[in-house]
Design a protein around this ligand. Structure first.
Ligand code: AMP
Ligand code: DBH
Length: 529
């Protein structure tokens, strides 16, 4: 049993021969771009404005600091930071120290963070002192992790600013090794960790920057939490660094923060989830900021309705690009040259000519062309297995290495993919993924809960919200159950929006009732209501 599933040698060879995997590491990537774009501005936030050269020097200093504090090659380090320029110095510092960042998101709480730390045997946890009204040091206090490094006031932990002056050789890093662990929304009891290699990820970054037309004159606004795969790599902050563009870090994606930054920094491209796109569309006419620099609004993470996509050009004055991606790998983009109609109705086509897409029925047989089925995929930047998840990998991947996306799609003759629904037990809450089983398990831990089923309720704004059907044995209220989940340290976006108490669950079909059938029946009931 090993920690991750490498690409089979014949595939790895093919991807190298095709020129997709170039043998570049993240550490070398930044050094190379710093040499090329030295005095151009790489990243801007509320406090900093660093050139490529400065960013590179700071990342090296950070790497030495991590080494001096006992971080060794191969160590896992959970990173949970807001959108700040230091995110890049820390992450590239870890890459150069040979360590693997584990990308937590700002809303994660004790439940998620303690799992990431224990499942990866993390050596350290990196946080900002406070952000969004939450003191991350209080979370760190409850963790069993060897080191905690804090950006800002460290409290009783270690300040990142106290970097020991160190030099010397940094470790050699193998480009075919795992560079970091991304998170999956998942559909099971515990979140899944996604091992991405330098080779495979940098391929997707370079191609994404190219597809999205980034140049040294582009300005990318990181509006979504930057540790998420979309703003990190599609083309995101890494694509921006690849192209020598400027990154602007937004502390929040709301119009009151993002619009001002777009005006001040002359932002040309950014990416948001559908509910934010709707909010931006509704705000644009009422707000004073000048958004005329914006060329492209990318929308992804959940399905963006065609009617909404058609509003982007007239109301925001920029093009829309649909992005259908997954941290496991495959990313699809609509292209600038695609006809408007295709951009409105489809979620784009894959990055690579070697992305293999199969659309299959419930038996796993390919459907007829253009029919709806589950999307399976493999390719030069799609993982072959989750991190330390041998049992789950048996079901999440086919024997010949395809990832089962759980997405129901159809493929148009042009190769564009249309997302039609979902075959996985997950709620997509405006781009934030909630695994039904994980929330059910927490509800079941409450003494008054006999059984629980969590399903998606349709919602005009978020697309879906979570609804928990609960069979209680003794009287309990919805606020009490929500409070219980919060006390268990569950991220806020996973707390059910609605709790419906029922006496029993509907019986589905004959014989044994599966959780999946039960959820489907309850979902159908909600949609009729
Ligand atoms: P994750 O595996 O957690 O990275 O989440 C990826 C999933 O998000 C995909 O498998 C889809 O279910 C969903 N998703 C991402 N982008 C889109 C999109 N543009 N339209 C519909 N669903 C999307
Ligand atoms: O939802 C996602 O995970 C996602 C969406 C758009 C993604 O990982 C991506 C682009 O790279």
């Amino acid at each position: 049993m090993s920690d991750w599933v490498p690409y089979p040698p014949e595939f790895a060879q093919r991807y190298r021969d095709a020129g997709y995997w170039t043998g570049e590491t993240f550490g070398a990537f930044l050094a190379d771009r710093a040499a090329r774009f030295a005095d151009r501005i790489a990243v801007v936030d509320d406090e900093n404005r660093w050139t490529y050269r400065e960013l590179d020097a700071r990342a090296t200093r950070m790497a030495h600091g991590f080494v001096a504090r006992g971080i060794s090659p191969g160590d896992r380090v959970v990173v949970q930071l807001p959108n700040v320029a230091e995110f890049l110095t820390i992450v590239f510092g870890l890459f150069r120290a040979g360590a693997l960042p584990v990308f937590a998101l700002p809303p994660h709480r004790l439940n998620e963070i303690s799992y990431f730390c224990s499942h990866t045997d993390a050596k350290a946890y990196v946080i900002a002192d406070r952000f969004g009204g939450f003191d991350y040091r209080t979370l760190a206090d409850q963790l069993d992790v060897p080191s905690v490094f804090v950006l800002g006031d460290p409290g009783r932990h270690t300040a990142l600013a106290d970097v020991p002056a160190a030099s010397g050789e940094l470790p050699e890093v193998d480009p075919s090794s795992v560079a970091f662990l991304q998170l999956s929304g998942g559909s099971t009891g515990v979140p899944k960790l996604i091992p991405r290699t330098h080779d495979d990820y940098l391929y997707s970054v370079r191609e994404s920057a190219d597809i999205c037309g980034l140049t040294p004159d582009s300005v990318y606004l990181a509006a979504l939490p930057v540790a998420h795969n979309f703003p990190m790599s599609s083309p995101g902050v890494l694509g921006a660094l690849h192209a020598g563009s400027r990154i602007v870090m937004a502390s929040a994606p709301s119009p009151d923060v993002a619009f001002g930054l777009i005006e001040q920094e002359r932002v040309t491209i950014t990416g948001v989830v559908p509910p934010l796109a709707l909010l931006w569309l509704d705000s644009a006419a009422r707000r004073p900021e000048d958004l005329s620099s914006l060329d492209v609004l990318q929308v992804g993470g959940a399905k963006f309705a065609a009617e909404a996509a058609r509003r982007v050009r007239p109301e925001l004055g920029c093009a829309v690009q649909q992005v259908f991606g997954m941290a496991e790998g495959l990313v699809n983009y609509t292209r600038a040259c695609d006809p408007d109609d295709l951009v409105a109705i489809s979620q784009g086509r894959p990055i690579s000519p070697d992305d293999e897409l199969l659309v299959v029925d419930a038996e796993g047989k390919p459907v007829a062309e253009g029919e709806v089925g589950e999307l399976l995929t493999r390719g030069p930047y799609t993982i072959r297995g989750y991190y330390r998840a041998d049992d789950h990998n048996e079901v999440a991947f086919t024997p010949d290495g395809y990832y089962r996306t759980g997405d129901l799609v159809r493929v148009l003759p042009s190769g564009h993919v249309v997302v039609e629904g979902r075959a996985k037990d997950q709620i997509n809450r405006g781009g934030e993924k909630v695994a039904a089983e994980e929330v059910e398990n927490h509800l079941l831990a409450h003494p008054a809960v006999h059984d629980a089923a969590v399903v998606a309720a349709p919602d005009a704004f978020l697309g879906e919200r979570t609804c928990a059907f609960v069979i209680a044995t003794t009287p309990v209220t919805a606020p009490a159950l929500r409070g219980f989940l919060r006390e268990r340290g569950l991220a806020a976006y996973k707390i059910p929006d609605r709790v419906v108490f029922v006496d029993e669950f509907p019986h589905t079909g004959v014989g044994k009732t599966s959780r999946r059938d039960l959820r489907a029946t309850l979902t159908a009931r909600l949609r009729k209501a």
